[in-house]
Design a protein around this ligand. Structure first.
Ligand SMILES: C[S@@+](CC[C@H](N)C(=O)[O-])C[C@H]1O[C@@H](n2cnc3c(N)ncnc32)[C@H](O)[C@@H]1O
Length: 376
């Protein structure tokens, strides 16, 4: 491969960065020492990341963060309340303090800044709790890559969507509940990125338990709402809409979006964290379905974490890259790739819209193409 000047620069830089002599020099020389320490810390975080994640998992499983949210407490009280021996509690508290989840306060312990931020977002705690399945699958990442994904613990959660029976109430429950718990942080970002007020009828495809629709419906009271998902998931959404007092403005459609047509008559269709779950052929089929179902000039609103998003690469490319591999279908796509798929499916006016937290979600909107160029 002809690597050009950039390739030569990378080779020269890497030669020095991997040299123990240069590393010793950089750590001692006052001008390079801060850079050397920063790089060492980054490398250490990469090496130790799994341990950090497991300390976090222990904090959540024991209810430590919830308990400290009540107020500072001493080690003996904490140990008794989280049911750990004193030495175990002390070790967990020290580890959690090093990670910013807990903070020392005199002789006791208080909730740390990151612990407080995490508590404010129930979805993260749910994600952390179910990571037990992901970590089991990632115990041998090379084997996972070799077999092309799936076949492990995490794919069992999602299997209902791949099976021909498409899931009964019991098989859809865990994954649907997890999605609903993590939806508020996505909805907050997505809804702020676009004004739904200009629309009359919104259909959320793969809408899960309806958490996204409920959030948009509360923001835009005049919007009629529709949800399309597998029948057993739609039943769960019905319960949510009933208790939120939204059932009169909501229509639920149970079906398989790869086999059944989507209902017509909606001027906006949303696709939230759905496209990346599917391999390319299914994803294209879904986009074509949506284009057919939308009113002429109607809008597709697509939100999910995307690959190659500047500043959010660890989420789009590393985390979701391997998460979806373990799930056994789909892949994170860049905004450019999604735009190309949308064009191929017949969409136009494709716009990438800014969100405040691209690490949580990115948003793309597009218009269904229509011969008379009518836009809504
Ligand atoms: C990752 S979840 C996202 C749920 C929701 N949009 C959210 O962000 O919380 C994907 C959703 O697509 C639904 N789904 C997957 N395959 C489907 C299919 N073939 N037909 C209908 N719905 C499907 C799943 O049941 C699930 O609710």
């Amino acid at each position: 491969m002809n690597s050009g000047w950039r390739g030569r620069w990378i080779g020269w830089r890497n030669h020095w960065l991997s040299s123990p002599r240069f590393q010793r020099f950089a750590a001692r020389f006052p001008l390079t020492r801060p850079i050397a320490r920063r790089r060492a810390r980054t490398l250490f975080d990469l090496v130790a990341g799994f341990t950090y994640s497991q300390i976090l998992a222990a904090c959540i499983e024991t209810g430590l963060l919830e308990m400290l949210a009540e107020g500072p407490q001493d080690t003996a009280t904490i140990a008794a309340r989280i049911d750990l021996p004193l030495a175990g509690a002390e070790r967990l508290l020290r580890g959690a303090t090093a990670l910013g989840l807990v903070e020392r306060l005199g002789d006791g312990w208080a909730l740390g800044g990151d612990g407080a931020a995490l508590r404010g977002n129930r979805g993260i705690a749910e994600m952390v709790a179910h990571h037990r399945l992901l970590y089991a699958d990632l115990a041998d990442p090379v084997a996972l890559l070799r077999r092309g994904g799936g076949g492990g613990a995490l794919s069992g959660l999602w299997h209902y969507a791949e099976d021909s029976g498409r899931g009964d109430a019991a098989s859809v429950a865990d994954y649907s509940a997890l999605m609903a718990a993590s939806q508020p942080m996505v909805a907050a970002q997505a809804i702020d990125a676009y004004s739904f007020h200009r629309h009359r009828r919104l259909l959320d495809v793969g809408g899960g338990e309806g958490a996204f629709l409920q959030a948009v419906g509360e923001r835009v009271p005049a919007l009629a709402l529709g949800l399309f998902d597998l029948p057993a998931v739609g039943d769960r959404a019905r319960v949510r809409f009933d208790s939120a007092g939204l059932s009169t403005r909501t229509q639920i459609y149970g079906g398989d979006f790869l086999r059944n047509p989507l209902p017509p008559g909606y001027d906006i269709i949303s696709l939230i964290r759905v496209l990346h779950d599917h391999d390319d052929a299914s994803a294209m089929a879904l986009l074509r379905q949506i284009n057919r179902a939308l009113s002429p000039g109607g809008t597709l609103f697509l939100a999910e974490p995307m690959a190659e998003t500047r500043g959010a690469e660890p989420a789009g490319d590393a985390y979701f890259g391997f998460y979806l591999l373990a799930m056994g279908s789909g892949r994170p796509r860049s905004a450019k790739e999604i735009a190309a798929m949308l064009r191929a499916a017949g969409f136009s006016h494709i716009r990438h819209r800014r969100t405040a937290m691209p690490i949580t979600t990115c948003v793309i909107t597009a218009k269904s193409k229509c011969p008379n160029k009518l836009t809504i």
